[in-house]
Ligand binder design. Structure first.
Ligand code: GAP
Length: 440
């Protein structure tokens, strides 16, 4: 019997992620580094699968999209023009007694609010004045460490897209509306990183800047709302678990005229999974003014203007977290309780595991090895497992979300059939070796 998904806690997800090689705390042997995480073999595979689905759906399967991979560090002037140097900040308070720092706008639990003079929930001390903290990571370029060499690690991948707008137009002459997409690292010196990878200091974004004529922005916004929800479904996140929050003007980013936060019910509350924003012509106009390079679009007929932009912006880590949470399932199979990941096969890091029934029967092992090696050429994301008894192997694969387990037994030696066990039901069927690749 399957328990409902409310039994998922962060502890269970974090523990499984570490134990089974999905995600490890960063710099762990040195005591960790808050807000930084390392991906293990299964985490990398899961992340790549998610990113590949996104890229396929939003770049390769469309005729109006262009992919880029831009530098993480840009000239400081680009971040000044985009408003990040002056405005990319969060309000912060520091407790005068214990010196702990908090986001002033995120009081939760026993604290009613966090403002100057309010009481610190940790030590009972008082907070000092609220001040704005710019969350961009500062660095220096070259050997001289002075104001002139300052730059920043990008806080969003969007920046690199805007500064390449002209390159894409000049190289490809796209017709409006068209979009530029990028997947890559982003960095934010979060005041209070927390909730596993949900709020990290180094994370990955999948972003699109979709350039439109101003009059078209509403229909493009609707198109991207639908498309974005379609992407979530294709990685196994149910539409019904996503809630739209129309962000009020006072809470919107400095560049946005309309934003919807798509929220998800995480174990720690309903929080932003991804965002959809109408950034107007803010970024291109600002870069045009600051760089002195014209960033207009010339239409047939001679009409020249700065396009407006719709931006769907996904955080990869938050998608991974929602995927793991949705997949985490506890049930009873064969009278034994089990916890497993009911992952959509498209994102599962391992698509199938191949085993010999017994590891000490040479003829079974040789046959199984041959099948495994042949299959791996067709489906690279499969693994070999001959550790422990067959029941243990099934449980190990269930726990990492492997949809199918293929066992080579004595009958295989006679008729070239194998058993294939389904992760969710535990049911087995016999099928010909020749059918395996198409069934995985
Ligand atoms: N270019 C627009 C932009 O960056 P954002 O709402 O600040 O907008 C977009 O970020 C998405 O990036 C968020 O919806 C979230 O999924 C992800 N994200 C933002 N900050 C994050 C953090 N500290 N850790 C993990 N993901 C984060």
């Amino acid at each position: 019997m399957q328990k409902d998904n409310n039994s998922v806690t962060m502890e269970k997800i974090v523990s499984l992620a570490k134990r089974r090689g999905f995600i490890y705390p960063g710099s762990e042997i040195y005591g960790g580094l808050s807000g930084f995480w390392d991906y293990g073999p299964l985490g990398v595979a899961l992340k790549k699968n998610i990113e590949n689905i996104w890229w396929r759906m939003f770049v390769e399967d469309r005729n109006d999209m262009y992919g880029v991979d831009t530098a993480i560090i840009m000239q400081k002037r680009a971040w000044e023009a985009s408003g990040h140097v002056s405005g990319f900040s969060d309000p912060m308070v520091e407790c005068k007694k214990c010196k702990r720092q908090y986001r002033a706008d995120q009081a939760e639990g026993p604290e009613a609010q966090r403002g100057a003079g309010d009481t610190c929930a940790e030590c009972g001390g008082k907070y000092g004045e609220v001040r704005q903290f710019n969350t961009m990571f500062k660095t220096h370029i070259g050997v001289t460490e002075d104001e002139s060499s300052v730059s920043y690690l990008r806080p969003e991948t969007a920046g690199g897209i805007f500064v390449n707008f002209k390159n894409i137009v000049d190289s490809f002459h796209p017709k409006l509306p068209f979009g530029i997409a990028q997947i890559g690292k982003a960095f934010r010196n979060e005041i209070a990183p927390r909730d596993f990878v949900f709020r990290a200091r180094e994370f990955e974004q999948m972003e699109i800047e979709y350039f439109v004529r101003e009059r078209e922005w509403k229909e493009s916004f609707e198109m991207w709302r639908e498309q974005s929800l379609g992407f979530l479904e294709s990685v196994g996140i149910k539409k019904s678990s996503v809630h739209e929050l129309e962000v009020p003007p006072e809470d919107r980013a400095h560049y946005s005229k309309r934003t919807i936060d798509f929220e998800f019910d995480f174990p720690f509350g309903r929080k932003e999974l991804f965002g959809l924003a109408y950034r107007t012509d803010f970024d291109l106009s600002r870069h045009e003014a600051s760089s002195g390079v014209e960033l207009k679009y010339l239409e047939e007929g001679g009409n020249k203007f700065v396009p407006h932009v719709i931006e769907p912006s996904f955080g990869v880590e938050r998608i991974i977290l929602a995927v793991l949470q949705t997949a985490y399932t506890e049930d009873t199979l064969g009278n034994e309780p089990r916890a497993y990941l009911k992952l959509n096969p498209a994102v599962a890091p391992v698509k199938a595991a191949v085993f010999p029934l017994l590891k000490n029967k040479l003829e079974l092992v040789a046959k199984a090895r041959g099948i495994y090696e042949n299959l791996k050429k067709q489906v690279p994301q499969i693994v070999w497992d001959d550790n422990g008894n067959i029941g243990k192997r099934y449980r190990r694969q269930d726990e990492i979300g492997t949809p199918a387990c293929i066992t080579i037994d004595f009958q295989t030696l006679e008729d070239n059939t194998v058993t294939m066990r389904d992760r969710d039901t535990g049911k087995q069927e016999r099928l010909a070796i020749s059918l395996l690749a198409s069934r995985i």
